[in-house]
Design a protein around this ligand. Sequence first.
Ligand code: SF4
Length: 505
Amino acid sequence: MSYLHLKVPPTRDTRLRPCNAYGGSLCNLVDGQKTGCLSANGRSFTQATGCQLTLSMGMAASIPNTVVIYHGPVGCGAGSLALSGQSKESQLARGNDDAVGRVWMSTNLSEVDIVSGGEKKLEAAILEAERRFRPHAIFIGNTCVPAIIGDDIDNVATRLQHRVNARIIPLHCEGFKTRFVATAYDIVYHGILRYLLNGERDREPILRDEAAQIAYEQRAKRTVNLLNVGSMGYVDEVELVRLLNAIGLEANVYPCFTSPEKFVKVKDAALSISICATHDDYFVEHLKEHYGVPYVLNTIPIGTDNVRLWLLDVADFFGLREEALKVIAVEEAELNKALAPLKKAFEGKTAFVSTGEIRAGAQACMLENDLGMKVVGIRAHHYDEFGEIVFESFKGREDVAINVAANQPFEQVNLIDRLKPDVFLGHGNSNVWAAKQGVPTLPIYGPNNSYLGYKGVFEVATRLERILANPNWYNTLGETVELPYKKSWYEQDPYAYIRQDGEAA
Ligand code: SF4
């Protein structure tokens, strides 16, 4: 699928044809995705969704020794204010004592610039970033306005490259271009592949025989790329590296919180190991196609079932299944012993999970299979071909409400009102709505907490036990806060505004 010859990679809308509007059973979702008919679904009413710029720049800014330039009106960078401290903390946790956090600038386009063009301001910003910070790379995040008026950020980058030491990386992450914010990951990986892998951006895809030979040689090295995500805590990286070490592998972690100069080594690994297909499929496929690095991409190691699947996928590639099975047996026995005293707290309890598709499926599976809870609803931001494997254990389960929605709190509050779960696991924004309905919440991820591997199962269990033991704060919130929706909305079908392919909006 090589797109590296393109300045702008395709959006997820055209590349994967995912779905972002669905309500119903899992079977219909899986079948509809396979036939492609769900990708045309939409809503006749929609609340705000995310902007891929925010996600792209968040990922880019996690990479140390870089500056990110928001090319657009100053408001487009507002999200960076809140995340600056978190970025520094995450880099410090990984041993970068010189961490300064997110370094970002804005070209602050005005109404006059929108008429006369913003390229001069972008040039000035690049030179200023170089002068002030001497970064290893400068990411330019293009926003809607310069894309609409036709600023050529690639041309600016090419013109200025010989005047600055930093590698200039244009990112075409304008919010209006896609309904699927996960396109943001492809955009950043596209920039890394084209501009950071040391001038090899014009390399042609390799031949199949050559790939086989490279894979054979690299397998002997037993060093792998472990691909992280920006929201992942260092504790989770440590846990996954521990498991890989236990079966005899060495791991280098990319792309978040890793210095740009280290990226050249990514193409020398024996295997790329993803923890999330939504995040990594574009990158691993290109690494395979251009550098012969194979990959595993099946699942996220959350919950014992998916940790086992993830580790065995990796082990099988190296012929280490026996070693992996021994590690798994010891770890699962220890975990089960640790979970035993907690399990009583989860008996008869129900849960609702809301997050990206891969994490949603695996986390729901963990709640049922490891803790004995009952999942009553799963909400994924989108659904595509990578979802089926993590939703496997919910096939045929008509008792689980499946909703595909990015944000859309009006649908969520209706579902929560009907299903009345004992606990809600979701992102910060969706947790707020559930909490205001009186439902105890647990953040589905967080840089300071553990979620992945065996350690993650235990830590999520202990936090859930604590929340369920004392839901008083949430109960009080539910009794005192009034949501902005009319009673009549709660009586309607939560999916009343979802339009299937071909239906009039
Ligand atoms: S949607 Fe466009 S204008 Fe709005 S924040 Fe994103 S890039 Fe900026």
